[in-house]
Design a protein around this ligand. Structure first.
Ligand SMILES: Nc1nc2c(ncn2[C@@H]2O[C@H](COP(=O)(O)OP(=O)(O)OP(=O)(O)O)[C@@H](O)[C@H]2O)c(=O)[nH]1
Ligand SMILES: [Mg+2]
Ligand SMILES: [Zn+2]
Length: 350
């Protein structure tokens, strides 16, 4: 496979250059980020594959991600600027620190992958759907291992109930003909990312649409080893059809990284009921005039779904708090620096 691509083939859109000046264009050239390493970026551009380092002052909020566009200095392998993003998936990093982490940028669609088995979890899928809608990326629910399942239809209808407008595709990720079902989202220049738990078949699917084995997949013999992560980095590849796919490591948990996620896109039913609650600031906890609680009691709304909605709301409030704290911390630090400079100046004046 040739590794030379035009900007157009790489998915370039004029919007990415919105804030670039003539000077910028003279100083560097646009390149797409294929992978992010500790030491720098793997890039694809009209000059072919390359790499570049990222100076400290260029670093973006939550970090540069696969799929991002950057401006690279001529002859210097150094990033000048991160270009405007059309979309960005962000999550809270796993672990105790409240860091936000970019998953992938400039996507046209998100393949949310789960299997027709015990991995299927409605609340987790709702989380992924919220991630996609919040970034204005079209989600597709991809149900793998259909070939190993006796009740594929059952899983499909469960998936269809999660969000009415979202396409659901059940397939055998190991079978190229079956994977053809994803072709509507894989036209030339389009970019799609695979997300989901470890072992659901993201890399298998990536290999199938790429038309080559470029990603290592879990050995059949280790198939039951849960929580094992075969893929360890996020990386972008060209498919046989001329689209781009970003394979990602399986996530143990997904905590949304936005302070005010658009939950209404996934939980439209909940929000419709909420508009009929007696109090505008109803917490839907006890049923004093609460239309949401009533809908649950009457069986019109799934209690699990409501619980998940509220959990995501609580988490968003938490993100809001930590963003505010970060900002406050930044302000206080700035104040300290200014004071230190002032004191020093005074001392020098004396
Ligand atoms: N029969 C069958 N096997 C599948 C299917 N999808 C994936 N597998 C198998 O499931 C195992 C795990 O697949 P991977 O592609 O490595 O899973 P992954 O989602 O990339 O996992 P991580 O990289 O750990 O996140 C492999 O042995 C695949 O061959 C499918 O649709 N049908
Ligand atoms: Mg993988
Ligand atoms: Zn209510």
């Amino acid at each position: 496979m040739s590794l030379m691509f035009s900007l157009h083939q790489l998915g370039w859109r004029p919007e990415y250059a919105q804030h670039l000046t003539l000077d910028d264009f003279e100083a560097g050239y646009p390149a797409r980020v294929a992978a992010v390493h500790r030491g720098g970026l793997d890039l694809l551009s009209s000059r072919g594959p390359g790499s570049a380092v990222v100076p400290r002052h260029v670093e973006a909020d939550a970090g540069i991600a696969a799929g991002d566009w950057v401006l690279v200095e001529h002859e210097a392998d150094r990033v000048i600027r991160l270009l405007d993003r059309q979309s960005l998936l962000v999550r809270m990093a796993a672990g105790a620190d409240h860091r936000r982490q970019s998953i992938a940028a400039n996507l046209d669609a998100l393949f949310i992958v789960t299997s027709c088995n015990d991995d299927f979890n409605a609340s987790r899928l709702e989380r992924y759907l919220a991630l996609a809608f919040d970034a204005s990326v079209t989600p597709v629910l991809v149900l793998t291992k259909a070939d190993l399942c006796a009740d594929v239809g059952g899983y499909v209808s469960l998936a269809e109930r999660l969000a009415p407008s979202v396409p659901v595709v059940a397939l055998d990720a190991t079978h190229p003909e079956s994977v053809e079902q994803l072709s509507p989202w894989l036209s030339p220049g389009k970019t799609v990312a695979f997300v989901g738990s470890s072992g659901v078949g993201k890399s298998t699917l990536a290999n199938s649409v790429i038309g080559d084995v470029v990603q290592r997949t879990r050995d059949i013999r280790e198939d039951d080893a849960r929580g094992r992560h075969t893929t360890t980095a996020r990386e972008m590849f060209a498919t046989a059809s001329g689209a781009w796919v970003i394979d990602t490591p399986g996530m143990r948990e997904l905590r949304l990284g936005t302070a005010a996620p658009d939950l209404g896109a996934v939980f439209d039913d909940v929000e419709q009921y909420a508009m009929q609650c007696r109090f505008r600031d109803c917490l839907h906890e006890d049923d004093a005039g609460c239309a949401v609680a009533r809908a649950v009691a009457e069986g019109a709304l799934d209690a699990r779904r409501l619980e998940n909605y509220r959990k995501l709301q609580r988490e968003a409030a938490h993100v809001q708090r930590s963003v505010r704290e970060e900002r406050e911390h930044g302000r206080q630090f700035g104040k300290l620096v200014r004071e230190a400079v002032r004191t020093k100046r005074k001392r020098l004046e004396r």
